[in-house]
Design a protein around this ligand. Structure first.
Ligand code: NDP
Length: 258
């Protein structure tokens, strides 16, 4: 059970891992946790001050010095993704991990009311950017000895649920992307791709989606790290195309009342 995985302290030594949305929430905790296990993390996100704060926390803790790549995934395209890949190759020579974590929640409203411009924005960040970034970084990951791509799904990306609009659509697309690339890589590449459904986790996004919920009743980002560590490290080397639930014992949609 990956959610109970116990990582050795040096699990990610000598690994370069890029985390999107690394300035806050689950991405911030994943970056700090990977660094604590020896990884050099590349912090990508849209708010530079937040990335700098995470950078400072990692350095202050004595972990490997991270790198910062501010990028607004809503507005960038192929040229920026290629430039990022070139920059990483120049600075680090290889990439062992990519965690596609950044996402937008969008509106929580019936589809009949859903704004098309919000739909497009959510799809750009949650789907197009994930696709473009993964595509651009894949050649660099092929150069590593064993490389792991993680995408971030959701319960509403496995079974549709009222009022989740573009977010649910984007998370179904995330699983579809994961399965499609996993099938392409299967047997011909050492690169693997899997998805994690974090389950209800105490972050700004969760609070925005469930404003009436008492945040202490949901898991902290630290609680769900075993699954992230398992998939980021070499113990999951042969695992490809799988969908993981980081909180398998939590009943899905428990607090999601219409
Ligand atoms: P948060 O909103 O707390 O954090 C999301 C991060 O993504 C932020 O750092 C944010 O940057 C960044 N981000 C958003 N838009 C962009 C953009 N255009 N360009 C670059 N970075 C961007 O969300 P969570 O930590 O809760 O979510 C992390 C992942 O987990 C998401 O994929 C989410 O869908 C998924 N998830 C979360 C659940 C939960 O209960 N929390 C449950 C199921 C899935 P900034 O800080 O600048 O806003």
């Amino acid at each position: 059970d990956a959610s109970q995985y116990q990582a050795p302290a040096n699990l990610l030594e000598n690994r370069i891992i890029l985390v999107t949305g690394a300035g806050d929430g689950i991405g911030r905790t994943a970056a700090r946790t990977f660094a604590a296990h020896g990884a050099t993390v590349i912090l990508l996100g849209r708010t530079t001050a937040k990335l700098e704060a995470v950078y400072d926390e990692i350095v202050a803790a004595g972990h490997p010095q991270p790198a910062i790549f501010p990028m607004d995934l809503e507005s960038v395209g192929e040229a920026e993704f290629d430039a990022l890949a070139e920059g990483i190759e120049k600075e680090f020579g290889a990439l062992h991990g990519l965690v596609n974590n950044a996402s937008l929640l969008g509106q929580r409203t019936p589809i009949a009311n859903y704004r098309l411009d919000v739909f497009e924005k959510v799809m750009r960040v949650n789907v197009t950017a994930m696709f473009g970034l993964t595509k651009a970084l894949l050649p660099l990951m092929e150069k590593a000895e064993d490389a792991s791509i993680i995408v971030t799904g959701s319960g509403v990306g496995l079974k549709g649920r009222a009022f989740w609009g573009a977010y649910a659509v984007s998370k179904f697309a995330t699983e579809g992307f994961m399965q499609t690339l996993a099938d392409e890589l299967d047997g011909v590449s050492q690169v693997r791709i899997n998805s994690i459904n974090p389950g209800a986790t105490r972050t700004n996004m969760r609070a925005a989606a469930f404003p009436a919920e008492n945040p202490v009743t949901v898991a902290s980002p630290e609680d769900i790290m075993p699954t992230y560590l398992y998939l980021a490290g070499p113990d999951s080397k042969t695992v490809n195309g799988q969908q993981f639930n980081a909180q398998p014992n939590r009943q899905s949609g428990q607090t999601d009342k219409k």
